[in-house]
Write a new protein. Structure first.
Length: 770
């Protein structure tokens, strides 16, 4: 992967790091990390061989049934062959279909939420492109919030007055290094996740900060089921998955009953303290939230809970939670309980103390964000008001016109006629894929732009082959990275692939909206235009040609910051954007919604699927279905590094030695992992780093349903056939893919093939017509 470092910069970037590719014979044969990067990610290895990989889509394709019968529900969508067509024909058909839907049904019938990470590169960012395109046609049904932190994004505005903003202004790593004495990490601070930051990262430094904290003797405590989520020198409290709220409430109980809480801070900076204290002490429900009460639920010794609470009160303490903890049923509760705990300690806004969320969830968390404009494509205006919380996609498709609750509103699902996806993989990211597939088959027309034959592309009617970043010039930039990267094209487009921009411009041309869409600029002209906008925003920035020749432009990173320090100093002059202007430990607004699945203050609610539930009798293992170490989501799952992680040719499933022994399983065994929703195959890794009763299997193996098996058996090991498709609560309706109850058994008989390892069947016309 490495080579001589003759260059002083890099020529390209990705969500997982900046690099210079070596391209020979039209494909990447090696990748040299940026010399700016102290800890390059092994994920770069997935790029080798990715340009001319047989899973690239060579030309436009249309599903046979759609070509024959036209738009309509398609019970075989995802199983039928494709017909290769030429660009002129596909653009013509696509424009015709868009004209039909916009004329007959209007923009409320077009779902363009199109969630997904696509690639680094700000101009060619697929999601930005599709949104701009659909806006020029009259708009689209959008999705709001993210799969990443969708629950917190809705909850935290009620509690701290800001959602995504808070997540971007966490106390900076250097401040933690200098001031923190104890860091309690719910879900850990998993280094595997810090390789990645949206938009490109030139220097991976988070892992170094964490290591420096450990080396300085700062006490790190892992609260979670997987030992690997923090350095091995840290203390480990293996809470049962899904019980963090109970654990955190018990810590609060100790603080309050021992008089260790900061009453002054509650008075000056918070509201709702009395209500929460009543709840903690059991005055309202007769159930004090004692360590003994919590121990039954979370499996941690009451003495350890009490001792930790006392230690927290005696030193500068940061309490942080990973995003995974809220990506679950009732995921609002542990986050709110975390804020409560930090408020009781009275350290919110102090350097190195208080509340954190997402350290170790994304590489750029804990790095101060630029306030400057990034050189991104303007998306225009979307007049359509109908929108869905992002993870309610299958509900929307299954229940058009039906009402649902969200954040105090009564909303109605739109009736969608056309789904347009560009830069995401719903058959990776959504839960209960058998359910999604059934919902997806009801849609009359599905359009997908993709470089690769992903499961999403295979479940489309019209497939447009997109280029990858190494086939086009672009600008890489992220919220926190101090380097803007000139992303140089390194190879011509694969076969007939075209940039998303070029594809949209061609369709817009037929629809008469090309002037709105392109504003008369070529892609190259857009790059200069966007760059100049960025350049004008700060002094001393190089002109475009210098930037392009140098390969990068540096900016001064903002100084390290402390979350909510201004509010702490002056809660009256710098109030929070909550109704009270203070931290809402109990919220009258949330209370007024009357949701029993998200009451007005932090509460322990037992999820439908956890160790203590009835279903655990049939499915005794809690599966952590989390983000993969060996790739970004489902991207380049066929890449060298990701392939190297597979066991028995499938996604590895890690299991505790006792649980493996009980099932007669050994390392390398092929197993069937199953839940109420479906089943997938996996390869066993026996691993004492997991708590007993907990198994771990990463997301991102390409959905490869074995034909004829109901409801679904995925041969590759996609965990989302196992997860449950419910919202976190009626408040946030966030993604709940973090966990599921499962059972595991040895696979007997011949192993089904992974169909998605080869392109889908094509029929009809010759493959390479122009
Ligand atoms: N069970 C469970 N499910 C989860 C999660 C979990 O923890 N557990 N995590 C969730 C989270 S946090 C997230 S963010 C989502 C991620 O879900 P996604 O963001 O949908 O996943 P990706 O695999 O990154 O999909 C990006 C797609 O864009 C394509 N692409 C790349 N560049 C281009 C381009 O230039 N043009 C076009 N047209 N396409 C391009 C890639 O090939 C890839 O297929 O998954 C969620 N799903
Ligand atoms: N290599 C790599 N890095 C990535 C990504 C990727 O796909 N690959 N995706 C990126 C994206 S989009 C996002 S949003 C972030 C995701 O960031 P997170 O959501 O924070 O990451 P996860 O790996 O899902 O979960 C972190 C840890 O939480 C623990 N955990 C799970 N459930 C529980 C629970 O109930 N209680 C406790 N205490 N712990 C629990 C698991 O052991 C897991 O290792 O990662 C980003 N970084
Ligand atoms: Mo995410």
């Amino acid at each position: 992967m490495t080579g001589p470092r003759e260059d002083t910069s890099h020529r390209h970037t990705s969500h997982w790091g900046a690099f210079t590719p070596r391209v020979e014979g039209g494909d990447v044969t090696a990748v040299r990390p940026s010399p700016f990067d102290p800890a390059p990610s092994p994920l770069l290895g997935n790029l080798v061989g990715s340009l001319r990989h047989p899973l690239r889509i060579p030309q436009p394709m249309v599903r046979e049934g759609w070509l024959r019968d036209g738009p309509g529900p398609a019970p075989l969508r995802g199983e039928e062959p494709f017909v290769p067509v030429g660009w002129d024909e596909v653009v013509d058909r696509l424009a015709g279909e868009l004209r039909r839907v916009y004329t007959d049904r209007g923009p409320e019938a077009v779902f363009g939420g199109s969630y997904g990470w696509s690639s680094a590169g700000r101009f060619h960012h697929a999601q930005g492109q599709v949104h701009r395109f659909l806006n020029t046609l009259g708009g689209y049904v959008a999705s709001e919030n993210t799969y990443s932190a969708g629950t917190s994004e809705v909850l935290l505005p009620h509690v701290l007055g800001a959602g995504p903003q808070i997540l971007r202004t966490l106390t900076s790593w250097p401040v933690l290094e200098e001031h923190t004495e104890l860091m309690v990490c719910v879900g850990g601070v998993p280094t595997k996740n810090m390789a990645v930051a949206p938009g490109g990262v030139t220097a991976h430094t988070s892992e170094g900060h964490l290591a420096a904290m450990a080396a300085r003797g700062i006490e790190l405590v892992l609260v979670g089921p997987d030992r690997r989520d923090l350095p091995s020198s840290s203390a480990w409290l293996p809470v049962r998955p899904g019980t963090d709220a109970a654990f955190l409430l018990a810590l609060c109980h100790v603080l309050v009953t021992e008089g260790l809480h900061d009453e002054g801070f509650l008075r000056t900076h918070c509201v709702g303290g009395d209500r929460v204290l009543d709840h903690l002490l059991g005055r309202t429900d007769g159930l004090p939230k004692t360590p003994r009460w919590a121990a039954e639920l979370c499996g941690i010794d009451p003495g350890a809970i009490t001792a930790l609470a006392r230690r927290m009160a005696s030193r500068r303490t940061m309490i942080t939670l990973t995003f995974s903890v809220q990506r679950a049923e009732f995921g609002e509760q542990p986050v709110w309980a975390g804020v409560l705990l930090a408020a009781l300690l009275g350290q919110i806004g102090l350097p190195g103390g208080g509340f954190g969320h997402g350290y170790g969830s994304i590489g750029d968390n804990g790095h101060p964000a630029h306030t400057r404009v990034l050189p991104t494509l303007p998306q225009g205006h979307n007049p359509v008001r109908a929108r869905i919380p992002v993870a309610r996609i299958a509900d929307m498709l299954l229940h058009p016109g039906e009402e649902y609750a969200y954040n105090g509103e009564r909303r109605r699902y739109p009736d969608v006629e056309l789904v347009y996806w560009c830069g995401g993989n719903p058959f990776h990211h959504h839960q209960d894929l058998a359910r999604l597939r059934a919902a997806w088959r009801r849609v009359p027309t599905v359009v997908v732009h993709e470089p690769y034959w992903t499961p999403a592309a295979r479940h489309a009617d019209i497939v447009l082959p997109a280029t990858v970043t190494l086939e086009r010039d672009d600008i890489g930039a992220s919220r926190t990275d101090p380097v803007l990267t000139a992303m140089h094209a390194a190879a011509p487009p694969y076969e007939q692939a075209q940039d998303d921009y070029t594809i949209f411009a061609a369709v817009a041309d037929l629809l008469g909206t090309d002037k709105d869409y392109t504003e008369g600029r070529s892609a190259a002209e857009w790059l200069r235009h966007l760059y100049e906008g960025w350049r004008a925003d700060g002094a001393g920035r190089p002109d475009f040609d210098t930037f392009w020749a140098d390969g990068h432009a540096r900016t001064t990173p903002p100084p390290p910051g402390v979350l909510l320090s201004g509010f702490r100093r002056d809660p009256v002059g710098r109030p929070l954007a909550t109704p009270s202007g203070r931290i809402e430990l109990a919220s009258t607004v949330v209370t007024s919604f009357g949701y029993d699945d998200c009451p007005g203050h932090p509460t322990w609610l037992a999820p439908v699927e956890w160790h203590g539930s009835e279903r655990a009798a049939r499915y005794p293992l809690v599966l952590l279905a989390n983000n993969p170490a060996a790739r970004l989501h489902s991207q380049l799952d066929f890449g060298e590094h990701s392939r190297g992680s597979k066991v028995a040719g499938r996604e590895p499933v890690r299991i505790h030695p006792d649980d493996a022994a009980r099932r007669g399983l050994g390392g390398g065994d092929l197993v069937r992992v199953f839940s109420d929703r479906g089943a997938c195959l996996g390869g066993v890794v026996v691993d004492g780093d997991l708590s007993p009763g907990v198994v771990q299997m990463s997301t991102g193996a390409w959905f490869s349903p074995v034909p004829g098996v109901e409801p679904v058996l995925c041969a590759a090991g996609n965990v989302n056939v196992l997860t449950r498709d419910v919202g976190s609560s009626r408040l946030a309706q966030g993604c709940t893919g973090s966990r599921a109850l499962v059972e595991i058994e040895r696979w007997h008989g011949p192993a089904p093939e992974v169909d998605v390892a080869a392109p889908p069947e094509t029929v009809g016309r010759t493959r390479h017509q122009g």
